[in-house]
Write a protein of this length. Structure first.
Length: 89
């Protein structure tokens, strides 16, 4: 809270969750874990990143509307079989 009211900030001393590492590696050619290790060892982080994206990636998390049991994974299996899909976990 500040003199002008609450201010939204984000401070993380960690890599983003989910598929962030893999997305950065595939799109920009930069391994975030490798870069974090370099930083921890005092090695200057100067990753060689592509000037243009190498590919386009999208991802989505499916959340259940309510708790219960998953009865079928057939939809996920159909999605995973598509040639444009890298993974469907």
């Amino acid at each position: 809270y500040t003199s002008t009211g609450p201010q939204l900030i984000e401070v993380n001393a960690r890599m983003g969750g989910g598929p962030i590492r893999e997305c950065n590696r595939l799109v920009w050619g930069v391994d975030l874990v490798e870069e974090a290790i370099f930083c921890a060892l005092g090695v200057p982080a100067r990753p060689v990143a592509s000037k243009k994206p190498k590919t386009c990636i999208g991802y989505n998390f499916v959340n259940a509307k309510r708790s219960g049991k998953l009865r079928s994974t057939a939809t996920f299996e159909k999605i995973a079989a598509l040639p444009c899909v890298l993974t469907c976990d």
